[in-house]
Design a protein around this ligand. Structure first.
Ligand code: B12
Length: 150
C-alpha cells in the first residue's frame, strides 16, 4: 500500500458516532460516517437515540480516538448536556475527546451562550450545521494525533 493511502491502520482507535438520546434522525449519522471514513478513520456508528449507558460502554470497550455526538431534532442542547455530563463521570475516558454538532437549537444552530455552556460542560468543540461548521470539523479531524494512516 502506498504511503499516501488513507486507509486506517488495523487496530487504530476508531471514532464513535452517536445520535442524541432523543434523536431518531439517521442520515446525519450516515453523512458523518462517510466523512470520517474519507478522512481515514474507522467508524463505530451507534445509530440514532443512543442511551448514555450504551455510549459509555462502547467508549470503554473501544477507547476511541474521538466521540462525535450528532443532534438535529432540536433537543441537541439538552441531550448533549446529559451525555457529556455522564461521560465526565468516567475518569477512564478523560483523554477521549468528545464533540457535538448538527442543528443543536430548535430553529437550526444554538446560540453562542449554549455553545459555550456545552464546551464548559466538557465538549472539546461544538459545531453548527453550516458549511463553516463542517469545514471546522474537517480541520479538527486532520489535526487528531490518533489518526493512524498507512
Ligand atoms: C427526514 C427528516 C425526519 C425523519 C427522519 C427519518 C430518518 N430515519 O432519518 C422523521 C420523519 C422521523 C423526522 C422526525 C422529526 N423531525 Co425531522 N427532519 C427530517 C428532514 C426533512 C431531513 C433530515 C435529513 O435526513 N437530512 C439529511 C442529513 C444528511 O442532513 P442533516 O441531518 O441536516 O445533517 C447535516 C448537518 O446538520 C450537519 N451535522 C449533523 N450532525 C453533525 C455533527 C457534526 C459534528 C457536524 C460537524 C455537522 C453535523 O451535517 C450534515 C450534513 O450537512 C429535516 C429537514 C431538512 N430538510 O433538513 C427535518 C428536521 C431535522 N426535523 C425536525 C423536527 C422538529 C423533527 C421532529 C421533532 C418533528 C416532530 N414534531 O415530530 C421529529 C423528531 C423525531 C426524533 N425523535 O428525533 C426539524 C429540526 C429543527 C431544528 N433542529 O432546527 C427539521 C430541521 C425540520 C424543520 N425545518 O423544522 N424528521
Amino acid at each position: 500500500m502506498s504511503p499516501s493511502s488513507t486507509t486506517t491502520a488495523p487496530g487504530a482507535r476508531p471514532v464513535l458516532v452517536a445520535g442524541g438520546i432523543s434523536d431518531s434522525h439517521t442520515w446525519n449519522l450516515v453523512y458523518l460516517q462517510l466523512l470520517l471514513e474519507e478522512h481515514g478513520f474507522r467508524v463505530v456508528n451507534l445509530g440514532p437515540c443512543v442511551p448514555e449507558e450504551l455510549l459509555i460502554a462502547e467508549a470503554l470497550a473501544h477507547r476511541p480516538a474521538l466521540i462525535v455526538v450528532s443532534s438535529v431534532n432540536g433537543h441537541g442542547y439538552h441531550d448533549g448536556m446529559r451525555t457529556v455530563t455522564r461521560l465526565g463521570e468516567h475518569p477512564e475516558l478523560a483523554d477521549v475527546p468528545a464533540v457535538i454538532g448538527g442543528k443543536l437549537g430548535i430553529a437550526g444552530p444554538c446560540g453562542d451562550e449554549e455553545a459555550d455552556a456545552l464546551r464548559a460542560a466538557g465538549y472539546d468543540a461544538v459545531f453548527d450545521d453550516s458549511a463553516e461548521g463542517v469545514a471546522a470539523f474537517r480541520r479538527m479531524l486532520d489535526g487528531l494525533p490518533q489518526r493512524a494512516l498507512v
